[in-house]
Design a protein around this ligand. Structure first.
Ligand SMILES: [Zn+2]
Length: 238
């Protein structure tokens, strides 16, 4: 039997026969390439199913590797710099106004008077708009999940997208607001489900699947699309 090469989402996965005590072992190598080792009697269809079942794990591993290799995304606070909000890109405009950062005529407007505050002003804007957007979505998802949310905060949570603590406290990372609404909803529904099921056991995923049947797809997309987001680093140009 010649060792086949499987394919997953355009990535080729060479298969080695032997060298594993299990039916199959999948490794994500240091350079991000995938390698599958299989026992000699494993059918190719079984290998393919195994690979597909590992899809989410693969993307998480790749994202972790990429995050380690990648310099954090940095932004310059200059005219034309792009910022994502709910999956759409907006160019920054430094305006000769005072007041708050706002979306205005398709631009993200940063008052010159707030320039000294650097990324803070923009992060506060994400938190402010994010809170308003999330509040209406919290209502929908908490009804579906039959949970009671007492407090919603949009804040910096390091490398976590969200957190949930009983009774009814939900926190969402401001950086989440850069994602497409579908993925923000995933993060939100995920945390709300934790109010009923604190751990990632089967009952947690069943609960989430009942209200969001395509949660798995969203989870994979989140792992992929979450990689390049901005987490508040800025550089200044003199
Ligand atoms: Zn969770």
């Amino acid at each position: 039997m010649t060792a086949p090469t499987l394919e997953l989402d355009g990535m080729s996965v060479p298969v080695e026969i032997g060298g594993t005590a299990r039916r199959a072992t999948l490794t994500v190598e240091r350079d991000g390439s995938l390698r599958l080792r299989a026992a000699p009697d494993v059918e190719q269809t079984e290998l393919r199913e195994f690979l597909i079942s590992k899809r989410e794990w693969i993307y998480r591993k790749l994202a972790e590797k990429e995050a380690l290799l990648q310099e954090p995304a940095t932004k310059e606070l200059v005219d034309g710099e792009g910022f994502l909000y709910l999956g759409r890109s907006y160019r920054l405009r430094i305006a000769d106004t005072s007041g708050d950062v706002r979306l205005h005529r398709g631009r993200l407007e940063l008052p010159r008077s707030s320039l000294h505050a650097g990324d803070r002003a923009i992060i506060n804007w994400y938190a402010r708009c994010g809170t308003a957007w999330l509040q209406s979505h919290v209502r929908q998802w908490s009804t579906r999940l039959r949970v009671n949310v007492k407090r919603l905060e949009v804040t910096d949570l390091g490398h976590k997208w969200g957190s949930a603590t009983n009774p009814g406290r939900i926190r969402i990372h401001w950086a989440t607001m850069q994602l497409r609404p579908l993925l923000v909803d995933y993060v939100l529904a995920h945390e709300l489900a934790h109010l009923r099921e604190p751990h990632h056991g089967p009952s947690f995923w069943q609960l989430l699947a009942r209200v969001m049947p395509d949660y798995d797809e969203r989870k994979v997309d989140l792992a992929k699309e979450g990689i390049g987001l901005w987490f508040g680093h800025t550089t200044e140009r003199y």
